[in-house]
Every structure is written in C-alpha cells, then in structure tokens.
Design a protein around this ligand. Structure first.
Ligand SMILES: *Cc1c(COP(=O)(O)O)cnc(C)c1O
Length: 368
C-alpha cells in the first residue's frame, strides 16, 4: 500500500535529538525550544513564537489569550478540522460557520459579513490543504468591524498570500507540527503574534500561569500546553531545510496536476495571488461520473493506494448538533466536498515511482 503520508527525518534532526539525549535536556527547558520558536516566527515574518503541545491547543490557547466574554462568536469555515470549533466552545464561545469556496475549498470570504452580529469578536480563516484563504477581504472585514483574526495555518507551512507567508497574516496565527504536517515535531504546535502583550499571555497560559513574582501563586487558570526540547530539536532541523520541503511538496502537486488533468475530477487550484504548498493533494470526483469519494477510495485501495476522505463539515457533527449548535444549517459546497472529495498520497517520503503508480491507479479506477 502506498501510504497517504510518511514523515522523513533528516540528518540535522537526528543530531539535534541526539544532543538532547546526551545532555539530558529532554523536557520543556533547553535551547531548542527558543531556537525553534525564533526560527519559525522569523520564517513566517512575526515577532513572537510560542511553542505548544499540538495544533489543537495552539488554537485553544490563542482564543483563551483574547479573554472574550462568554457567548462571543467566532466566524470560521464549516469545512475544517474539529479543533477550530473546539477552540471556540472550550473557551465559552460560539462557532459561527460559513461555507467553503468551491474552488479553493477555503472559507468563502464573501459569506463572512452576513454572519456578523453584535457578539462577533473574531474570524478564524483556515488555509485548507495548502492553499491560502483570500485574506485581504477577511482582514478588511475584521478591520471595519473591530474583529481579531486568528489564522489557522496548520496545513500551509511555507504557503504565501500576495507574497506574505501564511502564519504572518493574522493577529494570532496557529500551527500544528503533527506527524503529517510539512514541518513535524511528532506532536507539536505554535502560536505566532506580533503583539507583545498577547505573546506574554500565551507564554503564561501555556505554563499554568505561574507568576514571576511569587512561586506557586496563581491568579489565573492556565494550562500545561508545553512542548519538549526533544520535539523542538526535531522541528528546528526541519525549519532549517524548509525551502527544500516546500519545493518538494510543490513538485508533487505539479506532477499530480499534470498527470490527472482531463479526468472527471476537480483538482486543486492555485489562485494568481497564492502559492499553494499542496500539503495534501485533494481531488473531487464529478457527480456526473456516478461515483462518490468512497467508491473511488475503494477502487484505489484495491490498487494499493491509500487515501483519506475530506473533512465532514462542523454543521454535520453529532457532537455539536447534540448541543443545539448549527440546527438546520446547510452548507452545500462543504457537503459536496465531504461526499465527493479525498486526498491522495502526498507525503515527503513519496517517491517519483510511487507517484506514477498512484496516477496510473487513478486513471484505471476511473476507467480511463
Ligand atoms: C492538523 C490540524 C490542526 C490540529 O493540529 P493537531 O496538532 O493535530 O492538534 C488544526 N487545524 C488544522 C487546519 C489542521 O490541519
């Protein structure tokens, strides 16, 4: 089976991890945490990076840092991972959804304004599968309505929007470094910001809100969301060769696009204002071909190709419907993507030969 994703551990990472083991700096103190934070923040063009245990808590901590009153609303795409909606609900906030753009699969910026109420406090754009959200309209709406932008760039390491790197486009920007992300620390995440006060609050919240002035004295409830030096060592080695990782992802993307055009499939786009990093190469089966993503996944599995289904929208998730959220809401684009979309093997370990096999398998599976 050709796997959907496998990380590649390079020589620098091995040496850095080895250094942690030999020096005993295996916990959440040590040089690699600072260096990883500084390297990633600087790559993304922001002043502060606060490393955390994973991408889900990066989002939760970012919302927490804003200290919003209960019932505050955060506008986000329905077509995303559950972590985004949980970041709102875990902080007493309400996720308010918009549909996806049919071509970029990112949140439809044109649908945001209609969802603003007097309780709206933030917008959470998510760059889906490596393609940036159209951020100018999002930031313009945020400026006009006094809203905070919390960018989820977990799937867009190295992607750019009008020349600015994803991760540098929000008031707060969140990353995951899970094993399938472009830069991985196994489990890990980071929140980036240019705001000194927010950065200090993120650092405090990450570490149980210990105070500097009195040991074991707490005036706020924090979290243990710390990353370890071992994990940061792994991350730093990859940040040092990020250009190579991104170039490889883009080459795999270009090769799929060339090899799969002309089939009854909708392929990823790259808007003229975007640089897509093809974190995962998604395809959406045409309804006219009479097959769903589940059918296509089955046919590809028979041919030794692993795939993953697209997201199911937040408005279809029992965990939220049971609480009375999103009752009766419909988002046709996201529903179509969930039914017809899947992604192909896209990992950094995918060889050219394997990719050629995947392309041939897709042709066969579609009877072409
Ligand atoms: C992976 C991912 C997350 C969650 O990150 P974890 O590290 O798995 O908790 C959040 N948002 C998006 C868009 C992701 O792809």
């Amino acid at each position: 089976m050709i796997p959907v994703n496998e990380p590649v551990v390079g020589a620098a990472e091995r040496a850095y991890v080895q250094e942690c083991l030999e020096t005993g700096w295996v916990s959440s103190a040590g040089r690699f945490i600072d260096e990883f934070e500084t390297a990633w923040a600087s790559y993304c063009g922001t002043r502060h990076g606060v490393a955390v245990a994973n991408g889900t808590v990066a989002l939760e901590l970012a919302v927490w840092a804003l200290d919003l009153e209960p019932g505050s609303e955060i506008i986000m795409p329905t077509f995303t991972i559950v972590s985004c909606a949980l970041a709102a609900t875990r902080n007493g906030c309400v996720p308010v959804l918009v549909d996806a753009d049919p071509e970029t699969w990112c949140m439809d910026a044109g649908a945001i304004e209609a969802r603003i109420t007097e309780r709206t406090r933030a917008i959470m754009p998510v760059h889906i599968y490596g393609h940036p959200v159209d951020m100018d309209p999002v930031r313009d709406i945020a400026r006009r309505h006094g809203l905070v932008v919390i960018e989820d760039a977990a799937e867009a390491h190295g992607a750019t929007y009008r020349g600015t790197r994803c991760g540098g486009l929000g008031d707060l920007s969140c990353f995951s470094f899970y094993a399938n992300k472009i830069v991985t620390t196994g489990e890990g995440g980071m929140v980036l910001t240019d705001d000194d006060a927010l950065a200090a609050r993120l650092r405090s919240g990450r570490n149980l809100c210990f105070r500097d002035d009195r040991r074991f004295w707490h005036t706020e409830d924090g979290f243990n969301f710390r990353l370890t030096n071992l994990q940061a060592a792994l991350g730093l080695g990859q940040v040092e060769r990020i250009d190579e990782l991104v170039a490889r992802k883009r080459a795999v993307g270009a090769r799929y696009t060339a090899g799969l055009s002309g089939l009854p499939l909708q392929l990823p786009v790259e808007r003229e204002w975007a640089e897509n990093v093809y974190w995962m190469y998604g395809v959406v089966a045409d309804e006219d071909s009479g097959i769903t993503a589940a059918d296509l996944a089955g046919r590809l599995a028979e041919r030794g190709v692993q795939t993953r289904p697209f997201f199911t929208g937040m408005h279809e998730q029992p965990v939220f419907l049971e609480r009375g959220l999103f009752a009766g809401e419909r988002y046709p684009v996201a529903e179509r993507l969930a039914r017809q979309g899947l992604y192909l093997p896209s990992g950094l370990a995918l060889s050219d030969e394997q990719q050629a096999e995947v392309i041939a398998a897709v042709h066969e599976a579609l009877g072409a």
